[in-house]
Design a binder for this molecule. Structure first.
Ligand code: IYR
Length: 218
């Protein structure tokens, strides 16, 4: 079965304008590590998750799950468990070269934002899916699919006026336990979302120039 494509055609001029505007808007996105506790309308978060759920995926298996957490006790449990892993990371597990690379970001084992920010979105990758008859089905291109969906989630939250932090405490198995997710789901990322803290600053880093990231064959 097929159906018509619901495609919006733009004029060349509109296209150019929209592309410039979007590039400028998304380039303003910065990862934030200090959040305000200001509330966010849950629908804004749900809409961003719906946008992420529209991502392309291998054989349309949609191998993702988004656990949306605003409950303070659950946020606290996540913070405590993440800080256990981060203590090990900063206290010896990470090689010195890695710690040196992180210096500019001024990160450490303390993760207060996991409690301060109004929302944590734990993204899980479904390794396989079990149907109603209990038969296991393979998923395809899971990291690619979940990566695209997570990028769309970050983009959707940014254009809704929210700041995000892509947090990856490692290992993240504790998220399965705290959020009661089955073992076929692998924690992929813990996305922190909310308003930035007042007067927040970010590291003065630059992005590579276009010709450093692209090669053109015309
Ligand atoms: N997960 C740790 C360490 C960390 C690693 C990388 I690569 C970063 O870009 C930032 C942090 C932490 O969150 O502190």
């Amino acid at each position: 079965m097929r159906k018509p494509l619901n495609f919006v055609s733009l004029s060349d001029k509109e296209m150019l304008e929209k592309s410039r505007h979007f590039c400028a808007e998304i380039s303003r996105r910065r990862t934030v590590r200090d959040f305000s506790d200001r509330k966010v309308d849950p629908e804004v978060i749900n809409n961003a998750v719906k946008a992420a759920g529209s991502a392309p995926s291998g054989a349309n298996k949609q191998p993702w799950h988004f656990a949306v957490v605003s409950n303070p006790e659950i946020k606290r449990k996540i913070r405590v468990a993440a800080e256990v892993e981060e203590n090990e990371f900063y206290g010896g597990r990470a090689p010195q070269a890695w710690l040196d690379d992180l210096k500019v970001f001024e990160t450490n084992e303390n993760k207060p934002f996991l409690e301060t920010a109004p929302y944590l979105i734990a993204v899980f990758l479904e390794r396989n899916t079990t149907d109603d008859e209990g038969v296991k089905h393979k998923n395809y291109y899971m990291p690619e699919s979940v990566g695209i969906a997570t990028g769309m989630l970050i983009t959707a939250l940014h254009q809704s006026g929210l700041a995000t932090l892509t947090h990856t405490p490692s290992p993240m198995k504790f998220l399965n336990e705290i959020l009661a997710r089955p073992s076929n789901e692998k924690p992929y990322m813990l996305l922190v979302a909310g308003h930035p803290a007042e007067d927040v600053t970010v590291p003065d880093i630059t992005r590579k120039e276009f010709d450093q990231i692209a090669s053109i064959f015309d």
